[in-house]
Design a protein around this ligand. Structure first.
Ligand SMILES: [Zn+2]
Length: 409
């Protein structure tokens, strides 16, 4: 063993994953090289735990270690090619039994005060088990036609994990709509002309700048672990939950929204018609077209809040609100002879920006050193007041791979 990865013979050929590529896309490209068309068969030959899994949703740990050993891809990067690698930031668990709709969608509030339209929430809650945030089962893959190299023979044909979720509707880099298709990774794309907006010339469909701005933040959250909002840089976990909460709030019927009906009306005047099904179904169970319209509504709402046109009255709405014009001291200019500062001033803003990296550093140190792990554990327990809160902290430490040993020793 070395670095937790078993020493096994490496594949002689193993293409590197593309940025953000889904695990099955990468494995299918490897399978092409060895003439193995069945991706489950490929992984099950590596480790029996991999057989039968939805590998883009959950990669068994033993199978992930074997794949890391067979290739030169780091274990952490490999895990993040599957949805399970984003627990608990993007979702609480990939097991629907451990992913509570009400906790995910309603523990925050953004646009609407939390007490308003409380009775209406159940109309958009899933009625059967199986719900996971941002996960939609559809037969089609969605891709950016430019990223996937439509019409360009030199581009590696691969599928990003984020394209398959309901988180985004566009490619922020190329500012165009994601298009439905069938993809054979590494080989060919079949465009579904019945639902695809691409013409014969494969010209991408541009999207509104508000949608691109929203998708850029969400993409950054997945890539960098945090998002810069008007008042602070926030952790990706908070951003995904704020966005899902806002989506539910803009689907409240006008008659239930009280004085906030005016804001909802303005949002939908900017974004277009609100799909009627969105009032009574979970966002994840809508079709792709309706999801796109709802995300356009969320993008319009965020823009209107940030412009100060409407006021976000939820508990976390202030994070999206602009600073009052008279709240920021303009500062005193440096005298001409003063040397320029060489590092960040220690302001609250820069401290917020450093916070995600600091947390990652502390977690990494705690994984390596049990004394550090116990110090961190004891510090966080200061904020726990019930057995349930203590158990939640212990579970989180387990999920993060931090061993505190026997705390009574
Ligand atoms: Zn693109």
């Amino acid at each position: 063993m070395s670095n937790g990865v078993e020493e096994v013979q490496r594949w002689p050929l193993h293409p590197q994953p593309q940025t953000g590529e889904a695990l099955t896309s990468w494995l299918r490209r490897i399978g092409n090289l060895y003439g193995i068309s069945n991706i489950v068969q490929l992984v099950s030959e590596l480790h029996p735990d991999g057989a039968g899994s939805d590998l883009d949703r959950d990669i068994p740990d033993a199978a992930a270690r074997m794949l890391a050993a067979r290739s030169t891809v780091a274990l952490d990067r490999l895990r993040q090619m599957s949805l399970s690698g984003w627990v608990p930031w993007l979702l609480d668990s990939t097991d629907p039994a451990e992913c509570d709709f009400d906790t995910y969608v309603h523990q925050l509030s953004v646009l609407i005060p939390p007490h308003l339209a409380r009775d209406d929430r159940s109309r958009r809650a899933p009625t059967e088990p199986g719900w996971l945030p941002w996960v939609t089962d559809t037969p089609n893959t969605r891709v950016c036609p430019v990223c996937i190299g439509a019409g360009n023979a030199d581009t590696v044909i691969s599928v990003k994990l984020i394209w398959q979720l309901s988180l985004v509707t566009s490619c922020p880099e190329h500012r165009c709509r994601l298009e439905p298709c069938h993809v054979v990774p590494g080989q060919i794309v079949f465009w579904d002309r019945s639902v695809c907006a691409l013409g014969e010339d494969l010209r991408p469909t541009p999207v509104h700048s508000t949608v691109t701005a929203l998708d850029r933040r969400t993409t950054a959250a997945l890539a960098e672990g945090s998002v810069l909002l008007p008042r602070a840089r926030v952790h990706a976990g908070l951003w995904f939950r704020m966005l899902r909460t806002l989506i539910d709030e803009i689907c409240i019927p006008l008659g239930k929204a009280g004085t906030y009906a005016r804001d909802l009306r303005l949002i939908w005047e900017c974004a277009g018609d609100r799909p009627p099904r969105a009032l009574t179904r979970p966002f994840e169970y809508l079709n792709r077209a309706d999801q796109s319209r709802i995300l356009a509504g969320a993008a319009a709402a965020i823009t209107l809040i940030e412009e100060g046109t409407i006021t976000a009255a939820g508990t976390h709405g202030a994070l999206l609100s602009p600073y009052p014009a008279d709240a920021v001291f303009a500062g005193t200019p440096f005298p001409r002879s003063a040397p320029a500062p060489t590092s960040h001033a220690d302001t609250a803003s820069s401290a917020w920006e450093r916070l995600p990296a600091l947390i990652d550093t502390v977690v990494a140190a705690a994984r390596e050193n049990i004394d550090t792990a116990r110090s961190l554990h004891a510090f966080i327990l200061l904020g726990a007041h019930t057995d349930q809160q203590i158990r939640k902290i212990d579970d989180t430490f387990n999920e993060l791979g931090i061993d505190v040993g026997n705390p009574d020793r």
